[in-house]
Design a protein around this ligand. Structure first.
Ligand code: SF4
Length: 303
């Protein structure tokens, strides 16, 4: 499945790993697959609850590229190359471990839309929980993120995997803005998505609403009010992600700090739990929406 060792500036990387980039504790690596395709994965250190305990989350890819076409996303520019096999999803976990990381949590938020590769993604979850003790990852340490593919959400609901956390990339407070940013919304508008979420067996009744803030497009206070109204029936927590900047994505700018704070404040006023996610790994293009699997960048050092 994975190619032979790749030598980079005199250092041997683990099998299949093409490059490793590090920034402030974040580790991004590329993994070449047997057919030459490449995916990217990101290790993100997590806040430690107990002294001396180290936790890290591994963001894995489920597809080579993505066909969902979100306007602000670097992966979308690749189109869909192909779906990853369950073993190829698992290989990213093995590669992270061989680089010295010990991921305790898995987020299916890398390249691709997991629910667009539903059967293989679900098989990878089963493989992860069935790994030997010490390597296995429990379902309650997994998060799957979707752009709102309603048929996939319904299939997930049938599995009744309540312990897997659901994250939904909303990114807009209404259909007009969302359809502009996310083509999936033209097929499954927000009302349909809301219905799917209402019938979904959510973990503790909660889902994570992901919201990339784009200056002048979806970051106004009235948008926050509209978003709060949309989320009113749910115990959803909102992750606000100031736009990271993506090469080739024209017409998008990062929001002003004041706009981010105002947006967060309005959500909180409405009784909504809202946090601003730090823009981690921006310099190495490891932040949300920046993964591409490109081989164009020069390789860096080994971890
Ligand atoms: S944001 Fe996610 S679903 Fe949308 S194009 Fe990018 S990888 Fe695909």
């Amino acid at each position: 499945m994975i190619c032979d060792n790749t030598r980079v500036t005199g250092t041997t990387l683990p099998p299949g790993v093409t490059r490793v980039l590090r920034e402030g504790g974040i580790v991004k690596f590329g993994l070449r697959l047997a057919d030459g395709a490449e995916v990217e994965s990101v290790v993100v250190p997590m806040r430690e609850r107990a002294p001396g305990r180290q936790r890290a989350s591994l963001c894995v890819s489920t597809q080579v590229g993505c066909r969902m076409g979100c306007a602000f996303c670097a992966t979308a520019r690749m189109g869909l190359g192909r779906n990853l096999e369950p073993e190829e999803i698992l290989a990213q976990v093995s590669a992270a471990r061989s680089l010295g990381a010990k991921p305790t949590n898995i987020t299916f938020m890398g390249m691709g839309e997991p629910l667009d590769n539903f059967d293989r993604w679900a098989a990878s979850v089963r493989l992860l929980i069935d790994l030997p003790a010490g390597l296995a990852v429990a379902m309650n340490r997994m998060t799957v993120s979707t752009c709102g593919l309603v048929p996939g959400l319904d299939r997930l609901a049938e599995l009744n995997w309540r312990r897997v956390t659901l994250a939904v990339s909303l990114n807009a407070p209404n259909d007009a803005i969302r359809s502009r940013l996310m083509p999936v919304n033209r097929k499954h508008p927000m009302a349909e998505l809301k219905e799917a979420l209402l019938r979904h067996p959510l973990r503790r009744g909660v889902f994570m609403a992901e919201y990339v803030l784009l200056a002048g497009i979806n970051d106004r206070p009235e948008h926050a009010d509209e978003l709060a109204e949309y989320l009113a029936p749910f115990r959803a927590a909102v992750n606000l992600i100031p736009y990271n900047g993506v090469k080739g994505a024209e017409g998008f700018e990062p929001p002003a700090r004041a706009a981010v704070e105002l947006f967060q404040g309005r959500l909180r006023q409405a009784g909504r739990h809202a946090v601003v996610r730090e823009t981690k790994g921006r310099g190495i293009e490891a932040a949300c929406g920046q993964l591409t699997g490109s081989t164009a960048r020069p390789p860096s050092s080994m971890v």
